[in-house]
Design a protein around this ligand. Structure first.
Ligand code: AMP
Ligand code: MG
Length: 696
């Protein structure tokens, strides 16, 4: 079996139609692909939800994607119930029995208590189903559980015991109303099962393109409890869909394959017995040890440090669908497919005269038809062979027109067109679909949308695009010496230059910058700031205090988490980077020196943020140009010089002093000098990376 491309989680409801405004206790569905969840979808009633699921099943198959669709209600009853009611041990016999009886409508009005009464009538004494919404109705359904003997069928299934699920399949009213959800859910499954390509786990094989399975968000409760979403059901479907789609395919296959005998009739909760592992995948988080360094490493080469970050980080954002017009700078979470060819019809590229075929050298005269073909104005003019029509740029070619003669090359006299050949067949026209064909992938997932992309998307008829939510990056400055520009500062204080610079760089990278202000060199204040940051941001950048000295409070505090590694990277400018996880949020502890802070942000943080934000690892884009400077460089580290290009040559800033902020403003990018020794003389080619080369 191969893995699933798409994982969907559906939270079912047995109740009346839900309010128009998204709310709890309703039907929520969430689609996840590649470890990222889309915005959950709200359904007001079961009929709409079923139509949506059926459509999804068709779309996924048409797109060649395998889908796992999980439903939050039991697919079966405890052993013995199916035989009691249908005379067979086959769970599908019971599904069909229910499908033949349950009624439902758009308001949510249904007959589930009548059907429960009929189910109970198959038992001597009170049957297993209990709980109702009106005390004086349905005499065959007891109001309370007291007095029901679960002897012929047990109250819970084998998997409910393993998963420690509190709710029983037989409780119809008073939350949790799982019993009602089964009655109102199984008839839907029984219909979906008949769609082509659909299999039901664990009753059928799992090789089908679409597998429907029972799931239970209770397995990931710790992650749900921590989620800030105020609608609990919405958080449940989002986190569980994300967790399923992040599970290694082998793990998911093993869970699907490993089912006890009882499950053949009772069904099974996917992941039962593996709650902790599943919960781990539900957190948006990275692993706590993701910044660990191999022991005994002293100076890590830049390339190794980058390779480590690349292999350990992963996307931490979910996705949403937005209007294309609003998507500038956003990162595509899926490919964009042309809804229509461009151009949709053959048209003319110039103002002129249209006719069929081409003409050889020499003088030609063609009678003109009276109509004019203009852009956006449909014409039913048919141009007979040997005739011509006046046609304006962008107009669709009328029937009988294949070629357009430039108006500058034409003379019109007495209702006829006169021109000199030769004119090539199809000259000055654009063929239908010559630019883009409907159905083509016009932009791949991971692309950060440019103004030109928005033009292409619009031209091909696409109005909405799937994008990742912007990565939220918090920026914090630390140091007792820092003051705020615009305020009084003693002359032993310096203004906080890093914060505005890094906030701006974050925005240029397409992330949402979160300003955390300044904190003095004080552990409690720093701790509070990091707690605040980890609640509001996906990544934290701090500057200052990151080395291993007495006043380096950032690294001291981060090391208390046990997750910190002090990365001594062989780079100039740059002091150690303190990398750690704070409450599950990655922290990049940057050096305080503004030049080092910016260089380390561009070299290390920018590709990491790109990866975590869904755009994939980014490699700086630069080009080789002749140097306008001379420099001797020692081996053993990579050096970055503040640089700019004038008259096709690279100049570097007069001072390499890393405290010289003015050089950051003077420069238009960096020169990168590799790990080895070098003696650069004027005219040697060096690698120049413009600022924008770090952000695209
Ligand atoms: P640190 O990494 O804390 O040892 O700081 C190194 C140097 O950078 C010191 O000279 C600091 O004063 C300076 N520095 C630290 N933070 C900032 C900041 N936010 N803006 C400007 N300079 C800073
Ligand atoms: Mg400091």
């Amino acid at each position: 079996m191969t893995g699933f491309d798409t994982c969907v989680v559906i939270d079912w409801s047995a109740g009346k139609r839900s309010p128009a405004r998204p709310s709890k206790d309703a039907i929520w569905a969430c689609v996840a692909r590649g470890g990222t969840a889309e915005a959950p979808v709200y359904h007001r009633n079961r009929l709409d939800a079923e139509a949506w699921i059926a459509e999804l099943i068709r779309t996924e198959q048409a797109a060649g994607r395998r889908a796992l669709i999980g439903f939050d209600f039991p697919f079966g009853y405890p052993r013995g119930l199916a035989r009691r009611v249908t005379g067979r041990d086959d769970p599908f016999a019971l599904w069909d029995w229910l499908a033949a009886r349950i009624t439902d409508d758009a308001t949510g009005a249904n007959n589930r208590f009548d059907v429960a009464e009929e189910l109970n009538s198959h038992f001597d004494g009170p049957g297993p189903f209990w709980g109702k919404t009106a005390k004086d109705r349905w005499p065959g359904v007891p109001y309370r559980k007291k007095g029901i003997a679960y002897d012929t069928v047990s109250e819970r299934r084998a998997c409910d015991v393993v998963a420690k699920a509190a709710s029983s399949c037989f409780q119809l009213a008073f939350p949790p109303t799982v019993g009602s959800q089964i009655l109102m859910g199984v008839p839907m499954l029984s219909r979906l099962r008949r769609m082509s390509g659909v299999a039901i786990w664990p009753f059928e094989g799992t090789d089908a393109p679409v597998v429907l399975a029972e799931i239970w968000p209770g397995l990931i409760e710790p992650a749900v409890a921590e989620d800030p979403d105020d609608i609990r059901d919405r958080a449940q479907v989002r986190l569980l869909a994300r967790a399923l789609s992040r599970l290694p395919p082998e793990t998911l296959s093993a869970w699907l394959a490993d089912i006890p005998d009882a499950a053949r009739e009772e069904a099974w909760i996917l992941g039962a017995g593996h709650a902790e592992l599943l919960t781990g995948y539900a957190y948006p988080r990275l692993r706590n040890d993701c910044f660990a360094l191999p022991p005994g490493v002293h100076w890590t080469p830049v390339a190794d440090a980058l390779a480590d970050l690349k292999s350990r980080l992963r996307p931490v954002v979910d996705s949403e669908t937005v209007s294309a017009a609003q998507a500038l700078g956003r990162t595509l979470a899926g490919p964009v497919i042309a809804a229509r060819s461009h151009p949709p019809r053959a048209n003319t590229a110039v103002d002129g005269y249209g006719f069929a075929g081409g003409y050889a050298a020499g003088a030609h005269t063609l009678p003109l038809v009276t109509q004019v073909a203009a852009a956006g104005r449909p014409t039913d003019a048919a141009v007979p062979k040997g005739h011509a029509i006046r046609i304006l740029t962008g107009a669709a070619l009328p029937d009988g027109v294949e070629t357009v003669l430039l108006q500058e090359e034409a003379t019109v006299k007495d209702g006829a067109l006169h021109f000199e050949g030769p004119v090539k067949h199809r000259a000055n026209t654009r063929a239908a679909g010559e630019d883009v064909t409907a159905g083509d992938v016009i932009l791949p997932a991971g692309r950060r949308l440019t103004p030109g992309d928005l033009g292409l998307i619009a031209a091909t008829g696409v109005a909405q695009v799937p994008v990742y939510q912007p990565l939220r990056v918090a920026v914090l400055s630390t140091g007792d010496e820092l003051a705020e520009p615009g305020q009084e500062a003693r002359d032993d204080q310096i203004f906080d230059a890093n914060r505005p610079m890094l906030l701006a760089q974050i925005a240029a990278l397409g992330c949402t910058a979160v300003d955390l202000g300044r904190v003095a060199d004080n552990r409690d204040a720093l701790r509070a700031a990091l707690d605040d940051a980890s609640a509001r941001a996906d990544v934290i950048l701090t500057s200052g205090g990151a080395s291993a000295g007495d006043e380096d409070h950032v690294s001291a505090l981060l090391s208390e988490t046990g997750s910190m590694a002090l990365w001594r990277v062989a780079i100039k400018p740059g002091r150690p980077l303190a990398l750690a996880m704070w409450n599950g949020t990655p922290v990049f502890g940057l050096p305080g020196n503004p030049v080092a802070a910016l260089v380390c942000t561009l070299v290390f943080a920018a590709p990491a943020l790109s990866l975590m934000g869904g755009a994939g690892w980014s490699t700086p884009r630069g080009y080789d140009l002749p140097a306008a400077f001379e420099k001797r460089k020692k081996p053993g580290r990579v050096e970055y010089l503040r640089a700019r290009v004038r008259e096709g040559q690279v100049e570097v800033f007069a001072s390499e002093g890393s405290g010289r902020v003015s050089g950051l403003s003077w420069a238009e990018g960096l020169v990168e000098l590799g790990h080895g020794a070098a003696h650069i003389t004027t005219g040697d080619r060096v690698r120049f990376i413009p600022w924008a080369g770090f952000t695209s």
